[in-house]
Ligand binder design. Structure first.
Ligand code: NAD
Length: 496
């Protein structure tokens, strides 16, 4: 596929290539199929991307396998790997503007976010794992004087990273950082809606000195490229982020093929609990509103269920409605925009469908509820608040993945905990209280991988990210993520 020029109003042209990146370069896809990426803010096409098939996946896996087995990366010293990945992170930073524009165009999120959050955080993620890799030690087991037993962590081999569209490069970096640092070869399959930064990042990685074949990108549909990776007999690990529905499919693929390791990060329906003794309702309102509406609600850890004690319910609800009314929804290329578009028309229909269902089930619509900015041709939905929600309603049970907040009242801590834990998902949960006792007892009883006390959605690379139940049991971020891409290996050395 040839280079394509994308015109960005106010920014000029960006050249892209929509072919798979295999063995260190763009290659013509063996599949004749293509997919067209659409700008969600306008509904207009952006670029044509190869819809790779099984033959393209085979080529990428063969390249990754060869690179792994000949040791060009897997057996390089940790110090060398560090230097290459640091350079890769530097190049991501140097190309921040271009990458931010590509991501804003493809996924409709504000340029102020892609430029100052998503792309810098992706670069930081790669750099963090680069810096960590030469500080990891193995163990010498206490076996006694007759033998020496050494336990080290070994790379798994060929890792296929399957990611969604809501934070394309950042979520790719979740997988690339620890997988590459530990010496694996990687095949990245971006979501159908968001291929461009993955392809550009692979080019930059090679420019940084990553050997050919160590980082490949196959673009295309889940049902073809994703499925071929999931069922491939020569892929050792699937590192997946996406919906619970697809996560379960990957478990099946592993069972039907080579029992590959499957690392899963799926959805959420996170409860945000406000106790009656919580102070500073203004700050709680600000964090509760942004905790669900950031990225137009397309965030796995979105605090989409707000559980509020009835003593503070009405006051807090009023404040959240005020914060929401001030949110600037609009053209993602406008620096002042805070909330952009939903990813595509299907997601728009899905979100509007849930809003209708919420009304039908008897929830009270307090704010929003409509598609907006229709003349743009884009997929914008107003931040929407429902009060009087019961935890049995669909808007409280399903991951809507859009700007919809369900507010549920409660009368006691026990009731709040029981509602919070009554979910298929278990990613994040928060509790707001001025009592240290309540903070301790509630956070201990919340079934979630991440519990926030008096804040919503604090995050750092130093701590693991992941959950329980149908959120999946994978862990991204922190040193713990390195275990996802390595296995322990023991070498016994007899003493003679
Ligand atoms: P999705 O499951 O539809 O797609 C994710 C990826 O899987 C895409 O690359 C897609 O092409 C591929 N895929 C889809 N169907 C497939 C199939 N049958 N076989 C093989 N591959 C297939 O998810 P999405 O809509 O792109 O993303 C939204 C979801 O991601 C939400 O549920 C969200 O909570 C979740 N998410 C989770 C985290 C986390 O850290 N836990 C972070 C971000 C997003």
């Amino acid at each position: 596929m040839e280079q394509q020029s994308i015109q960005v109003p106010g920014y000029g042209a960006i050249m892209i290539c929509g072919s798979p990146f295999i063995d260190g370069r763009f290659r013509s896809a063996q599949s004749d199929e293509t997919l067209v990426t659409i700008n969600p803010a306008t509904g207009q096409p952006i670029a044509s991307i190869a819809a790779c098939g099984a033959a393209d996946v085979d080529a990428a896996v063969a390249s990754a396998r060869k690179a792994f087995e000949d040791g060009r990366w897997s057996r390089r010293s940790p110090k060398d790997r560090k230097l290459v990945l640091q350079r890769f992170a530097d190049l991501l930073d140097e190309h921040r503007e271009e990458l931010a524009l590509l991501e804003t165009l493809e996924v409709g999120k504000p340029i102020s976010d892609t430029r100052s959050v998503d792309i810098p955080k992706a670069a930081y993620m790669i750099r963090w794992y680069a810096e960590a890799i030469d500080k990891q030690y193995g163990d010498v087991a206490p076996t006694g004087p007759t033998a020496l037993a050494l336990t080290t962590r070994e790379p798994l081999g060929v890792v296929a990273a399957i990611i969604p569209w809501n934070f394309p490069l950042y979520l790719a970096a979740y997988k690339l950082g620890p997988a590459l640092a530990t010496g694996n070869s990687v095949i990245l399959k971006p979501a159908e809606q968001s291929s461009l930064t993955a392809l550009r990042a692979a080019e930059l990685a090679v420019e940084a000195g990553l050997p050919e074949g160590v980082f490949n990108v196959v673009t295309g549909n889940g049902l073809t490229a994703g499925r071929a990776l999931g069922l491939h007999m020569d892929v050792d690990c699937i590192a997946f982020t996406g919906s619970a529905r697809t996560a379960k499919v990957f478990l099946r693929y592993a069972g039907e093929s080579n029992m590959k390791k499957v690392q899963l990060e799926a959805g959420g329906k996170s409860p945000n609990i406000v106790m009656p003794d919580a102070t500073d309702l203004d700050e709680i309102a600000r964090q509760a509103a942004w905790g669900v509406f950031y990225n137009a609600g397309q965030v796995c850890s979105a605090g989409s269920r707000l559980l509020v004690h009835r003593n503070v319910h009405d006051e807090l609800l009023g404040k959240i409605a005020d914060v929401t009314a001030e949110m600037k929804i609009g053209d993602p290329l406008d620096e002042a925009t805070q909330i952009g578009a939903l990813i595509d028309e299907a997601q728009l229909r899905r979100v509007l469908g849930y809003i209708e269902q919420g009304k039908l089930e008897g929830a009270e619509l307090v704010a929003g509820g409509n598609r907006t900015l229709l003349s743009s041709g884009g997929y914008f939905v107003e931040p929407t608040i429902f009060a009087g929600v019961s935890n049995q309603m669909a808007i409280a049970r399903d991951e809507i993945f859009g700007p919809v907040l369900s507010v549920i009242g409660f009368d006691s801590a026990d009731e709040a905990i029981s509602i919070a834990n009554d979910s298929d998902f278990a990613l994040g949960a928060a509790v707001w209280t001025s009592s240290i006792d309540t903070a301790h007892s509630v956070s201990a009883l919340l079934h979630a991988g991440l519990v926030w006390v008096n804040n919503y959605d604090a995050s750092d690379l130093t701590v693991p990210w992941g959950g329980f139940k149908q959120t999946g049991t994978g862990r991204d971020k922190s040193l713990e993520a390195m275990n996802e891409y390595t296995g322990s290996k023991t070498v016994w050395i007899a003493r003679r």
